[in-house]
Design a protein around this ligand. Structure first.
Ligand SMILES: CC(C)(COP(=O)(O)OP(=O)(O)OC[C@H]1O[C@@H](n2cnc3c(N)ncnc32)[C@H](O)[C@@H]1OP(=O)(O)O)[C@@H](O)C(=O)NCCC(=O)NCCS
Length: 169
């Protein structure tokens, strides 16, 4: 069995270019791709990356931001790029980028960025340690650094809300 104590390369769990064709049943009343459908796919693909990276069953702990930059249209092809940005003790931040491609013209636009936090669980459903991430590119290093800033913001928010009597996060 491979010793992963020193870490696991980001590329070993990444999804680069999962495609989904937008059909009429994927549209909202506005005639563009339904955001909830896209979010569900992001969560599912992020889960795959988290479970590949950790080697454990994982659960979504939080989604701290989903930004829709532009709509996708009927007949567009959605391209999902998903990878682990950083792992801490038992949690991991997974980043998702979605582009909408017009497969006839080749035009491609960035429509969504999102960050999901997953926690790995052991056989008793308790949080369990995950391998550190090994960055091999400048882009991976930038995402690694920025993930720490987002984590700090998440933890600061939890502490601040608890101080105001909200213990639900
Ligand atoms: C996520 C969950 C396992 C965390 O359990 P917990 O008892 O809070 O565990 P801990 O306090 O030991 O924290 C474990 C890790 O989760 C992280 N975490 C906990 N709550 C979090 C939150 N709201 N956002 C981000 N990270 C969170 C902690 O920072 C910690 O990370 P670290 O070990 O890398 O430092 C638990 O809250 C849970 O089961 N939630 C429900 C998950 C679920 O049903 N998801 C939807 C379906 S998949």
């Amino acid at each position: 069995m491979t010793n992963l104590t020193n870490g696991k390369a980001v590329c070993l769990s990444a999804i680069d270019g999962h495609v989904y064709k937008v059909f009429p049943n994927d549209l909202n009343a506005h005639g563009t791709a339904f955001g909830g459908m896209i979010m569900a796919k992001c969560d599912r693909l992020s889960l795959v990356v988290a479970e590949r990276h950790s080697g454990h069953i994982c659960v979504t702990a939080s989604v701290d931001s989903i930004h829709f930059m532009a709509p996708a249209k009927e007949n567009d092809t959605l391209l999902f790029k998903v990878s682990v940005n950083r792992a801490w003790r038992t949690s991991m931040e997974i980043g998702v980028r979605v582009e909408a491609e017009n497969s006839y013209s080749g035009e491609c636009k960035h429509i969504l960025s999102a960050y999901f936090t997953f926690v790995a669980l052991d056989e008793n459903n308790a949080p369990t340690a995950v391998p550190p991430t090994i960055c091999e590119t400048k882009v991976q290093e930038r995402r690694f650094e920025q993930a720490q800033i987002r984590r700090q913001a998440r933890l600061d928010t939890v502490v601040a809300l608890k101080q105001h009597g909200n213990a639900s996060v």
